[in-house]
Design a protein around this ligand. Structure first.
Ligand code: UDX
Length: 443
């Protein structure tokens, strides 16, 4: 029989996971403690922008295969497999992860578990958390050790979340030792049967390794980005071109071209907080020295933001308090409305604190940005954002921005000056249209 699935926590990860599990043919119940979010999802309205999510959400909400609730009683009653997808943000003022949502999810669910089930952790947690939650479950659940906990880290990328969930690049099954191991393994093999049949590699691991897999993967990706951004700094000092350098080294399959796009650096809800959380946890387990390099990865990344502000200051032909600045991009990356630790908004905010009149346009993220930075100005189109601008900053590489016609845009700005913070524009075309073009790591 097909297991019935619940998804606890319906943010970027959980809502997508719930819709995709329904798409794979399972009956799914999603839970969130936020009533507004549950109401929106139950009306098939995703509470965030993610390409391809709305149609499958609608299809399965309408068919009744996918439902949402705020009730843990319902979840405990319904589910054979419970996915734990709650957020683990960075703790205020500290490096480590805030586990309060994970802990409260388990504390709410466990006392209601009357029959055998498998709880699969997907949230990114410090290594050691799964072991602790296993003990919590055994202690709090009426069914005791028959509520089995395993770890199944998630590697999805925002903007590709539906595809990454339906067709994952790999699956990691973090299994407990001894009792419950077979039940957990079996549950994941049934849930992911379609992907496994299609040849997706499965890596079977212990709980510790499974939790580490996510932190290690994101640390590697962050390191790759900061490496190429460090090369951009060298290029700036020597006259090299980092985009050509990335091609030159990226053709070596041992290096690979992906994640070598230099520019404003990484942001979002994962990479920055995950490397910091990993450093904090390494310190706690006495292995802090192993990850001191991540401090430098973080520092290089932060320097990129300052560098864009400096380049903009060099380009703008007047003091900030009398300058109009157009910022194209607010989301931390294209095809997302996510502004968590967004490099683009960070730069926009800094320049506005210097007194400039900053107008931001983003195809999806304006309403989120407005809540965080109400003092910035917002425009619904590229043209409106750039009208009267003394400098234009392109800070998120939406395809829409790549297609801007620099000849047309030149008509509305006060000064033809552009900073390409993502190396995404056609430099020659902009220069040919009379713009002063500056980019990071390129002459
Ligand atoms: C990341 C991981 O890729 C994913 O596997 C994990 O599950 C969650 O964290 P995501 O945060 O959605 O996913 O975005 P990603 O595509 O990895 O980009 C992260 C940041 O790095 C963005 O700000 C992006 O603009 C930046 N980036 C990415 C670069 O600056 N250069 C690159 O070459 C690639």
């Amino acid at each position: 029989m097909r297991p019935r699935i619940t998804v606890i926590g319906c943010g970027y990860l959980g809502a997508t996971h719930a819709a995709c599990m329904a798409e794979l043919g399972f009956d799914v119940l999603g839970l969130d403690v936020d009533h507004d979010k549950v109401a929106a999802l139950q009306e098939a309205r995703p509470p965030f922008y993610e390409p391809g999510l709305e149609p499958i959400l609608r299809k399965h909400v309408e068919s009744g295969r996918l439902r949402f609730t705020t009730s843990y009683d319902e979840v405990a009653e319904f589910g054979d497999v419970h996915f734990l997808c709650v957020a683990t943000p960075q703790r205020d003022g500290e490096l480590g992860a805030d586990l309060r949502f994970v802990d409260s999810a388990i504390a709410s669910l466990a006392p209601l578990l009357q029959r055998p089930c498998v709880v699969l952790g997907k949230s990114t947690v410090p290594v050691g958390t799964a072991e602790r939650l296993t003990e919590d479950l055994a202690r709090m659940a009426p069914v005791g050790r028959d509520a089995v906990l395993a770890w199944n880290p998630e590697f999805l990328r925002e903007g590709f979340a539906v595809d990454d969930t339906l067709r994952p690049g790999r699956l990691v099954f973090g299994l407990p030792e001894g009792y419950g191991r077979d039940a957990a393994d079996q549950a994941m093999r049934v849930v992911y049967a379609e992907a496994i049949a299609a040849g997706t590699p499965v890596v079977v691991a212990d709980l510790a390794t499974a939790q580490l897999a996510k932190a290690a993967a994101n640390s590697f990706l962050a390191t790759k980005i900061s490496f190429i951004n460090a090369m951009a700094e060298i290029c700036e000092a020597t006259g090299g071109d980092v985009t050509v350098l990335a091609d030159a080294i990226g053709h070596d399959p041992r290096i690979g071209r992906q994640f070598l796009n230099a520019g404003l650096g990484f942001g979002g809800g994962c990479l920055p907080k995950d490397i910091r959380g990993f450093m904090a946890r390494a310190g706690e387990v006495g292995a802090g020295d192993a990850l001191t390099f991540l401090r430098e990865v973080d520092a290089i990344n932060q320097r990129r933001r300052s560098r864009v502000v400096d380049v903009a200051a060099e380009l703008v032909d007047r003091p900030w308090p009398v300058a109009n600045v157009a910022v194209l991009g607010a989301a931390f990356k294209p095809d997302s409305d996510d502004i968590r630790d967004s490099p683009a908004l960070n730069v926009a905010g800094r320049i506005s604190l210097f007194g400039a009149h900053v107008t931001v346009h983003d195809p999806q993220a304006i309403s989120n940005a407005r809540k965080l930075w109400p003092t910035l100005h917002y425009a619904d189109s590229v043209i409106d954002a750039c009208r009267g601008a003394h400098v234009v900053l392109v800070l998120t590489e939406w395809s829409h921005f790549r297609e801007i016609d620099p000849v047309v845009l030149a008509e509305v700005v006060a000064t033809r000056a552009v900073v390409d913070g993502r190396n995404c524009l056609d430099r020659e075309a902009w220069r040919a249209a009379g713009w002063t073009y500056r980019a990071l790591g390129r002459p």
